[in-house]
Design a protein around this ligand. Structure first.
Ligand SMILES: Cc1ncc(COP(=O)(O)O)c(C=O)c1O
Length: 388
């Protein structure tokens, strides 16, 4: 009879079912066993399907990666611990001392800061207004990588992806596009000529504000060196987050249809409202990139919009105190409609003068539109705006 101490470690056995579960189980194990040394060799060589160690990935990682690669119609993907770790893996995997990176000056602040951090390792970063194509042409000479976003934050400017990718290709630079705001439902940047697509799956793809995860997809010869770095440096995701992200992605199309249609209606509603000074939404003909957006985005114009009240912190606080459903939350892409305030969040470390130069005054708000009933959202905004 085994002792209790042995039983509690080895006694919880169950047969592996011969049939398949509908939902992939969560492989919550940091290490895997091998029958003998030949099996170790076979798994390392890829001759036998198997897992090695948590950091090398589990079936949950592989499921999400296969899904993400398929969603972007490409060969390979790697899942990372967050959008930022995916970007870091791409930079560490593809850049080296002396590499020049050209980046949109409107990139998400942490992405720009991460690129500037790489300055300590000899990476040169040039930031550029992406509509300035002449400067772009000059800057791209000798560049290793061009970094863009499908949609900028918070003014939602849309780059001419096709044109910029062609310019980068001519200059021999790789193009990495952060597609977080669009998701594969609204844009597949690789089809416009980009080499690597990155998404913070924390946002629309997972969709429920309960996961931190990111992924990169592209040709196998680009993704595999990045995967090696991500595994070595510990930038990878974990089985539970991968599982949650796959589960969230199942409803991506339904959520995006509803959220982007809500966003288009709310953009019109806000534009017509006397208390709103300006609305930024690429689906509105008044948006400077409306035309470009029609070539870059598909299935509508996505679920992010920004709007301007009078330039007053008090006006924003009054709105926030009176909204019933729409909350202030400094992220995006969940099923609920949320607001963020660039002046006190994403752009809080800029001086007031720098913010004003970007037009990000105290009354500027960004909205991530969710899947609630449209009339309830309009009603919530209408009643809260009436207090201004
Ligand atoms: C456009 C964009 N890219 C990347 C990130 C980083 O993603 P994560 O927070 O998952 O690291 C964010 C986060 O807000 C983002 O908005």
């Amino acid at each position: 009879m085994e002792s209790l101490s042995t039983l509690v470690v080895h006694g919880a056995t169950a047969e592996t079912p011969a049939n398949q579960p509908v939902s992939l189980p969560i492989y919550q194990s940091a290490s895997w066993t091998f029958g003998d040394l030949d099996e170790v060799d076979a798994v390392y060589a890829g001759d036998k399907p198997g897992c090695i160690y948590g950091r090398n990935g589990t079936p949950n990682h592989r499921a999400l990666e296969n899904l993400f690669a398929k969603l972007h119609h490409t060969e390979a993907a790697v899942a990372c611990a967050s959008g930022m770790s995916a970007l870091s893996a791409a930079f560490l995997g593809l850049l080296g001392q002396g590499s020049k990176v050209v980046a949109s000056q409107d990139l998400y602040g942490s992405t720009l800061n991460a690129l500037h951090d790489l300055g300590r390792f000899g990476v040169e970063v040039i930031t550029i207004e992406i509509t300035d194509l002449d400067r772009m042409q000059t800057a791209l000479r000798g560049a290793r990588m061009l970094v863009l976003e499908t949609s900028s934050n918070p003014r939602l400017r849309i780059p001419n992806l096709h044109r910029l990718c062609a310019m980068a290709r001519q200059a021999g630079a790789l193009v990495l596009v952060d597609n977080t705001f669009a998701s594969p439902y609204h844009c597949r940047p690789l089809q416009h000529g980009a080499d690597i697509v990155m998404e913070s799956l924390t946002k629309f793809v997972s969709g429920h504000s309960d996961v931190m995860i990111g992924a990169l997809a592209g040709r196998r010869d680009l993704i595999e060196p990045i995967r090696s770095v991500a595994v070595r440096m510990g930038l990878v995701s974990n089985p539970h987050e991968c599982w949650l992200s796959v589960r969230g992605a199942e409803t991506l199309e339904l959520r995006m249809q509803r959220a982007s249609s809500n966003a288009a209606s709310l953009a019109q509603f806000l534009q017509a409202h006397p208390k709103v000074r300006k609305v930024h939404y690429p689906g509105l003909p008044s948006h400077p990139d409306h035309q470009t957006a029609q070539g870059v985005l598909q299935n509508g114009f996505a679920a992010m919009l920004s709007f301007e009240l009078e330039p007053s912190r008090q006006a924003v606080n009054t709105l926030l105190h009176n909204l019933r459903y729409i909350k202030l939350a400094l992220s995006l892409g969940g099923v609920s409609t949320t607001l963020s305030h660039p002046a006190t969040s994403s752009h809080r470390f800029l001086s007031r003068a720098e913010r004003e130069q970007l037009g990000l005054h105290d009354g500027f708000l960004r909205m991530s539109v969710g899947i609630e009933n449209l009339d309830d959202l309009k009603g919530d905004l209408e009643q809260a705006l009436s207090y201004l």
